[in-house]
Design a protein around this ligand. Structure first.
Ligand SMILES: [Zn+2]
Length: 90
């Protein structure tokens, strides 16, 4: 069992809650900002990205989720642009 990578900062071990202080960047250690990756619906309106458990189910209008979904929160490093996403439980 691997207990931890000594080169990885300790804050990376605990995924942050969406409204918590942003994590430091896992690549360069700089500050990260909370945001979201925008999807668009079939009307072209912006929507938050969702993570769905399992495989997509094909339907007449495209694919849909067969189970629970979670809103994806993404942090972006202000220095190098690295993205880190979380899909926390509501
Ligand atoms: Zn970075």
């Amino acid at each position: 069992m691997i207990l931890g990578d000594p080169n990885r900062p300790p804050y990376a071990a605990q995924p942050p809650k969406p409204e918590m202080t942003p994590p430091g960047c896992a690549k360069c250690g700089k500050e990260m900002q909370l945001g979201f990756i925008a999807d668009t619906d079939h009307h072209g309106a912006m929507a938050e990205q969702e993570w769905a458990i399992g495989r997509p189910v094909k339907g007449f209008f495209g694919v849909h989720a067969s189970g629970r979904t979670y809103t994806v929160r993404t942090y972006r490093c202000t220095q190098c642009g690295y993205l880190e996403s979380y899909a926390p439980s509501r």
